[in-house]
Design a protein around this ligand. Structure first.
Ligand SMILES: [Zn+2]
Length: 336
Protein backbone atom coordinates (compact mmCIF):
# COMPACT_ATOMS: atom_id res chain seq x y z
CA UNK A 1 0.00 0.00 0.00
CA UNK A 2 1.37 3.34 -1.00
CA UNK A 3 0.63 6.26 1.27
CA UNK A 4 1.98 8.78 -1.20
CA UNK A 5 -0.30 11.04 -3.20
CA UNK A 6 -0.94 9.75 -6.73
CA UNK A 7 -1.80 13.22 -7.94
CA UNK A 8 -0.04 16.53 -7.41
CA UNK A 9 -1.18 20.00 -6.58
CA UNK A 10 -3.50 21.43 -7.76
CA UNK A 11 -5.31 18.15 -8.54
CA UNK A 12 -4.52 16.84 -5.06
CA UNK A 13 -5.22 19.22 -2.20
CA UNK A 14 -4.89 17.53 1.22
CA UNK A 15 -6.80 20.38 2.83
CA UNK A 16 -10.03 19.32 1.04
CA UNK A 17 -10.55 16.60 3.62
CA UNK A 18 -9.77 18.82 6.61
CA UNK A 19 -12.56 21.33 6.06
CA UNK A 20 -15.04 20.22 8.70
CA UNK A 21 -15.18 18.08 11.85
CA UNK A 22 -17.38 15.57 10.00
CA UNK A 23 -14.92 15.15 7.16
CA UNK A 24 -11.96 14.95 9.52
CA UNK A 25 -13.67 12.30 11.57
CA UNK A 26 -14.59 10.32 8.46
CA UNK A 27 -10.97 10.02 7.32
CA UNK A 28 -9.38 9.62 10.77
CA UNK A 29 -6.95 6.67 10.78
CA UNK A 30 -6.67 6.06 14.51
CA UNK A 31 -9.28 6.18 17.25
CA UNK A 32 -9.24 6.20 21.03
CA UNK A 33 -11.93 4.17 22.74
CA UNK A 34 -12.61 3.67 26.46
CA UNK A 35 -12.58 -0.08 25.74
CA UNK A 36 -8.81 0.11 25.27
CA UNK A 37 -8.09 1.53 28.73
CA UNK A 38 -6.64 -0.12 31.82
CA UNK A 39 -6.50 1.74 35.16
CA UNK A 40 -3.69 0.87 37.59
CA UNK A 41 -4.69 1.05 41.28
CA UNK A 42 -2.69 0.79 44.51
CA UNK A 43 -4.27 -1.12 47.37
CA UNK A 44 -3.23 -1.28 51.02
CA UNK A 45 -4.66 -2.41 54.34
CA UNK A 46 -6.91 -0.46 56.70
CA UNK A 47 -10.28 1.20 56.36
CA UNK A 48 -11.23 4.53 54.82
CA UNK A 49 -7.60 5.02 53.77
CA UNK A 50 -7.12 7.31 50.81
CA UNK A 51 -3.49 8.33 51.01
CA UNK A 52 -2.53 10.82 48.30
CA UNK A 53 0.65 10.26 46.33
CA UNK A 54 2.30 13.66 46.35
CA UNK A 55 3.99 13.37 42.99
CA UNK A 56 0.90 11.95 41.27
CA UNK A 57 -2.05 14.30 41.86
CA UNK A 58 -5.34 12.36 41.72
CA UNK A 59 -3.69 9.00 42.49
CA UNK A 60 -4.01 7.39 45.92
CA UNK A 61 -3.08 4.36 47.96
CA UNK A 62 -6.49 2.91 48.76
CA UNK A 63 -7.88 0.59 51.42
CA UNK A 64 -10.33 -2.05 50.16
CA UNK A 65 -13.44 0.07 50.77
CA UNK A 66 -11.95 3.06 48.94
CA UNK A 67 -10.69 0.76 46.19
CA UNK A 68 -14.28 -0.25 45.52
CA UNK A 69 -15.31 3.41 45.24
CA UNK A 70 -12.50 4.10 42.78
CA UNK A 71 -13.37 1.00 40.76
CA UNK A 72 -17.04 2.04 40.67
CA UNK A 73 -16.12 5.43 39.21
CA UNK A 74 -13.88 3.84 36.61
CA UNK A 75 -16.53 1.31 35.67
CA UNK A 76 -19.26 3.94 35.36
CA UNK A 77 -16.98 6.04 33.16
CA UNK A 78 -16.49 3.04 30.87
CA UNK A 79 -13.04 1.76 31.88
CA UNK A 80 -13.25 -2.02 31.43
CA UNK A 81 -10.11 -3.19 33.26
CA UNK A 82 -8.01 -2.61 36.38
CA UNK A 83 -4.37 -3.43 37.08
CA UNK A 84 -3.69 -4.00 40.79
CA UNK A 85 -0.57 -3.24 42.81
CA UNK A 86 -0.41 -4.14 46.50
CA UNK A 87 1.29 -2.42 49.41
CA UNK A 88 1.62 -4.96 52.23
CA UNK A 89 1.76 -4.16 55.95
CA UNK A 90 4.98 -6.14 56.33
CA UNK A 91 7.91 -6.82 54.04
CA UNK A 92 10.52 -9.57 54.30
CA UNK A 93 13.37 -11.24 52.39
CA UNK A 94 11.07 -13.84 50.78
CA UNK A 95 8.26 -11.49 49.70
CA UNK A 96 5.83 -13.74 51.54
CA UNK A 97 3.10 -11.10 51.32
CA UNK A 98 3.12 -11.49 47.54
CA UNK A 99 1.74 -15.04 47.60
CA UNK A 100 -0.11 -15.11 50.92
CA UNK A 101 -3.66 -16.41 50.34
CA UNK A 102 -4.93 -13.46 52.37
CA UNK A 103 -2.41 -11.00 50.95
CA UNK A 104 -3.63 -7.53 50.12
CA UNK A 105 -3.92 -8.09 46.35
CA UNK A 106 -5.66 -11.44 46.87
CA UNK A 107 -8.22 -9.75 49.12
CA UNK A 108 -8.66 -6.92 46.62
CA UNK A 109 -9.27 -9.34 43.76
CA UNK A 110 -11.95 -11.15 45.75
CA UNK A 111 -13.93 -8.04 46.64
CA UNK A 112 -13.57 -6.54 43.17
CA UNK A 113 -14.75 -9.69 41.41
CA UNK A 114 -17.69 -9.88 43.81
CA UNK A 115 -18.75 -6.25 43.28
CA UNK A 116 -17.75 -5.82 39.62
CA UNK A 117 -17.88 -9.23 37.95
CA UNK A 118 -17.95 -7.59 34.51
CA UNK A 119 -14.66 -5.79 35.04
CA UNK A 120 -11.43 -7.45 33.97
CA UNK A 121 -9.15 -7.68 36.99
CA UNK A 122 -5.47 -7.88 36.09
CA UNK A 123 -2.79 -8.25 38.78
CA UNK A 124 0.75 -7.03 38.60
CA UNK A 125 2.99 -9.96 39.49
CA UNK A 126 6.23 -8.88 41.12
CA UNK A 127 8.01 -9.15 44.44
CA UNK A 128 9.52 -5.70 44.94
CA UNK A 129 6.66 -4.20 46.96
CA UNK A 130 6.89 -7.20 49.32
CA UNK A 131 10.66 -7.45 49.68
CA UNK A 132 12.38 -5.66 52.57
CA UNK A 133 15.16 -4.66 50.14
CA UNK A 134 12.76 -3.48 47.42
CA UNK A 135 14.20 -5.56 44.58
CA UNK A 136 12.11 -7.64 42.18
CA UNK A 137 13.91 -10.90 42.99
CA UNK A 138 15.67 -12.85 45.72
CA UNK A 139 18.88 -11.14 46.78
CA UNK A 140 22.18 -12.81 47.56
CA UNK A 141 24.29 -10.57 49.75
CA UNK A 142 27.96 -10.47 48.87
CA UNK A 143 30.85 -8.27 49.95
CA UNK A 144 30.73 -6.51 46.60
CA UNK A 145 27.02 -5.78 47.11
CA UNK A 146 23.77 -7.63 46.54
CA UNK A 147 23.06 -9.79 43.51
CA UNK A 148 19.53 -10.49 42.29
CA UNK A 149 19.13 -14.21 41.69
CA UNK A 150 17.13 -15.21 38.64
CA UNK A 151 16.20 -18.88 38.82
CA UNK A 152 15.23 -19.14 42.52
CA UNK A 153 12.98 -16.09 42.00
CA UNK A 154 10.93 -17.85 39.30
CA UNK A 155 9.30 -20.18 41.80
CA UNK A 156 8.11 -17.27 43.95
CA UNK A 157 6.77 -15.41 40.92
CA UNK A 158 4.86 -18.48 39.73
CA UNK A 159 3.48 -18.96 43.22
CA UNK A 160 2.41 -15.31 43.36
CA UNK A 161 0.66 -15.50 39.99
CA UNK A 162 -1.12 -18.71 41.03
CA UNK A 163 -2.37 -17.17 44.26
CA UNK A 164 -3.77 -14.18 42.35
CA UNK A 165 -5.61 -16.46 39.94
CA UNK A 166 -6.88 -18.64 42.78
CA UNK A 167 -8.33 -15.47 44.31
CA UNK A 168 -10.13 -14.81 41.02
CA UNK A 169 -7.82 -12.64 38.90
CA UNK A 170 -8.73 -12.68 35.21
CA UNK A 171 -5.21 -12.04 33.96
CA UNK A 172 -1.71 -11.84 35.42
CA UNK A 173 0.96 -9.37 34.40
CA UNK A 174 4.53 -10.25 35.41
CA UNK A 175 6.66 -7.10 35.66
CA UNK A 176 9.83 -8.41 37.30
CA UNK A 177 11.97 -8.90 34.14
CA UNK A 178 13.53 -12.16 35.38
CA UNK A 179 14.47 -14.47 32.49
CA UNK A 180 12.09 -17.39 32.01
CA UNK A 181 9.31 -16.13 34.23
CA UNK A 182 6.55 -16.32 31.64
CA UNK A 183 7.22 -20.02 31.15
CA UNK A 184 7.38 -20.62 34.90
CA UNK A 185 4.05 -18.86 35.41
CA UNK A 186 2.37 -20.55 32.42
CA UNK A 187 3.42 -24.00 33.64
CA UNK A 188 2.26 -23.29 37.17
CA UNK A 189 -1.13 -21.98 36.02
CA UNK A 190 -1.62 -24.92 33.66
CA UNK A 191 -0.69 -27.41 36.38
CA UNK A 192 -3.41 -25.92 38.55
CA UNK A 193 -5.95 -26.09 35.74
CA UNK A 194 -5.96 -22.37 34.91
CA UNK A 195 -5.24 -23.01 31.25
CA UNK A 196 -7.58 -20.22 30.14
CA UNK A 197 -5.98 -17.43 32.18
CA UNK A 198 -4.00 -15.10 29.92
CA UNK A 199 -0.57 -13.65 30.70
CA UNK A 200 0.22 -10.05 29.82
CA UNK A 201 3.98 -9.83 30.15
CA UNK A 202 5.92 -6.66 30.73
CA UNK A 203 8.08 -7.91 27.87
CA UNK A 204 10.13 -4.79 27.08
CA UNK A 205 10.43 -3.01 30.40
CA UNK A 206 13.17 -0.43 30.47
CA UNK A 207 15.14 0.80 33.48
CA UNK A 208 13.64 4.27 33.31
CA UNK A 209 13.81 7.53 35.21
CA UNK A 210 10.15 8.00 34.30
CA UNK A 211 9.26 5.55 37.12
CA UNK A 212 10.22 8.03 39.86
CA UNK A 213 6.74 8.90 41.16
CA UNK A 214 5.60 5.23 41.07
CA UNK A 215 8.18 4.27 43.67
CA UNK A 216 6.53 6.62 46.09
CA UNK A 217 3.16 5.15 45.16
CA UNK A 218 4.17 1.50 45.53
CA UNK A 219 6.78 2.09 48.23
CA UNK A 220 9.16 -0.07 46.24
CA UNK A 221 12.38 1.94 46.01
CA UNK A 222 15.35 -0.47 46.16
CA UNK A 223 17.29 -0.11 49.42
CA UNK A 224 20.58 -0.59 47.56
CA UNK A 225 21.69 -0.36 43.96
CA UNK A 226 19.19 -0.05 41.12
CA UNK A 227 17.27 -2.32 38.74
CA UNK A 228 19.65 -2.07 35.80
CA UNK A 229 20.80 -5.68 36.13
CA UNK A 230 17.34 -6.92 35.15
CA UNK A 231 15.38 -4.10 33.50
CA UNK A 232 16.45 -3.11 29.99
CA UNK A 233 18.91 -0.46 28.95
CA UNK A 234 17.03 2.50 27.47
CA UNK A 235 19.44 2.52 24.52
CA UNK A 236 18.44 -0.91 23.20
CA UNK A 237 15.73 -1.55 20.63
CA UNK A 238 16.86 -4.79 18.97
CA UNK A 239 17.19 -6.36 22.39
CA UNK A 240 13.61 -5.32 23.14
CA UNK A 241 12.45 -7.36 20.15
CA UNK A 242 14.37 -10.38 21.44
CA UNK A 243 12.76 -9.96 24.87
CA UNK A 244 9.33 -9.88 23.26
CA UNK A 245 10.11 -12.90 21.08
CA UNK A 246 11.21 -14.86 24.16
CA UNK A 247 8.07 -14.03 26.13
CA UNK A 248 5.84 -14.98 23.22
CA UNK A 249 7.63 -18.32 22.87
CA UNK A 250 7.17 -18.89 26.59
CA UNK A 251 3.44 -18.32 26.29
CA UNK A 252 2.70 -14.62 26.74
CA UNK A 253 -0.69 -13.69 25.27
CA UNK A 254 -0.19 -9.93 25.38
CA UNK A 255 3.15 -8.13 25.36
CA UNK A 256 3.78 -4.77 26.94
CA UNK A 257 6.19 -1.94 26.35
CA UNK A 258 6.98 0.25 29.39
CA UNK A 259 7.37 3.26 29.53
CA UNK A 260 5.27 4.40 26.59
CA UNK A 261 5.73 7.87 25.12
CA UNK A 262 9.53 7.90 24.98
CA UNK A 263 9.46 4.38 23.49
CA UNK A 264 7.12 4.78 20.53
CA UNK A 265 9.69 3.23 18.21
CA UNK A 266 9.68 0.09 20.36
CA UNK A 267 5.87 -0.11 20.33
CA UNK A 268 5.89 0.36 16.56
CA UNK A 269 8.50 -2.33 15.95
CA UNK A 270 6.94 -4.82 18.38
CA UNK A 271 3.53 -4.50 16.73
CA UNK A 272 4.95 -4.64 13.22
CA UNK A 273 7.29 -7.55 13.90
CA UNK A 274 4.97 -9.82 15.91
CA UNK A 275 1.43 -8.57 15.36
CA UNK A 276 0.41 -9.71 18.84
CA UNK A 277 -1.89 -7.74 21.12
CA UNK A 278 0.39 -5.01 22.41
CA UNK A 279 -0.01 -2.93 25.54
CA UNK A 280 1.68 0.38 26.31
CA UNK A 281 2.12 1.50 29.91
CA UNK A 282 2.05 5.30 30.23
CA UNK A 283 4.03 5.40 33.46
CA UNK A 284 3.94 7.63 36.51
CA UNK A 285 6.50 10.14 35.22
CA UNK A 286 4.54 10.63 32.02
CA UNK A 287 1.41 11.27 34.07
CA UNK A 288 3.13 13.61 36.54
CA UNK A 289 4.71 15.75 33.82
CA UNK A 290 1.33 16.44 32.28
CA UNK A 291 -0.34 17.02 35.66
CA UNK A 292 2.34 19.47 36.79
CA UNK A 293 2.40 21.49 33.57
CA UNK A 294 -1.40 21.41 33.44
CA UNK A 295 -1.68 22.74 36.99
CA UNK A 296 0.58 25.65 36.01
CA UNK A 297 -1.65 26.42 33.06
CA UNK A 298 1.25 25.81 30.71
CA UNK A 299 -0.49 23.08 28.75
CA UNK A 300 -4.05 21.85 28.31
CA UNK A 301 -4.01 18.69 30.44
CA UNK A 302 -6.96 17.08 28.72
CA UNK A 303 -5.87 17.78 25.14
CA UNK A 304 -2.26 16.73 25.81
CA UNK A 305 -3.30 13.52 27.59
CA UNK A 306 -5.57 12.51 24.71
CA UNK A 307 -2.91 13.35 22.12
CA UNK A 308 -0.28 11.30 23.97
CA UNK A 309 -2.58 8.27 24.12
CA UNK A 310 -3.51 8.69 20.47
CA UNK A 311 0.21 8.62 19.65
CA UNK A 312 0.52 5.27 21.45
CA UNK A 313 -2.37 3.91 19.39
CA UNK A 314 -0.87 5.27 16.17
CA UNK A 315 2.44 3.58 16.99
CA UNK A 316 0.62 0.25 17.31
CA UNK A 317 -0.57 -0.13 20.90
CA UNK A 318 -3.91 -1.92 21.34
CA UNK A 319 -4.12 -1.55 25.11
CA UNK A 320 -3.43 1.68 26.99
CA UNK A 321 -2.51 1.47 30.65
CA UNK A 322 -2.81 4.92 32.20
CA UNK A 323 -3.42 6.55 35.59
CA UNK A 324 -5.70 8.98 33.76
CA UNK A 325 -7.99 6.18 32.49
CA UNK A 326 -11.15 7.30 34.33
CA UNK A 327 -10.80 10.92 33.19
CA UNK A 328 -9.95 9.80 29.67
CA UNK A 329 -13.03 7.59 29.47
CA UNK A 330 -15.19 10.53 30.58
CA UNK A 331 -13.56 12.92 28.11
CA UNK A 332 -14.07 10.48 25.25
CA UNK A 333 -17.75 10.21 26.12
CA UNK A 334 -18.13 13.98 26.18
CA UNK A 335 -16.52 14.19 22.75
CA UNK A 336 -19.14 12.01 21.13
ZN1 LIG B 1 9.22 -5.25 40.76
Amino acid sequence: MSVYAAAEFPAYRPRRLRQSPVLRRLVRETVLDPGQLVLPLFVRGGRKVRRPIGSMPGVFQLSLDELLREAAQAFEAGVPALLLFGIPDKKDERASGAYAPKGIVQQAVRVLKREFPQMLIITDVCLCEYMSHGHCGIVQQRKAGGRILNDPTLKLLARTAASHVEAGADMVAPSDMMDGRVRAIREQLDDLGFTETPIMSYAAKFASSFYGPFREAAESTPKFGDRRSYQMDAANANEALREVALDLREGADIVMVKPALAYLDIIYRVKKEFGYPTAAYAVSGEYSLVKAAGAQGWIDERAVTLEMLLALRRAGADILITYAATDVARWLREQR
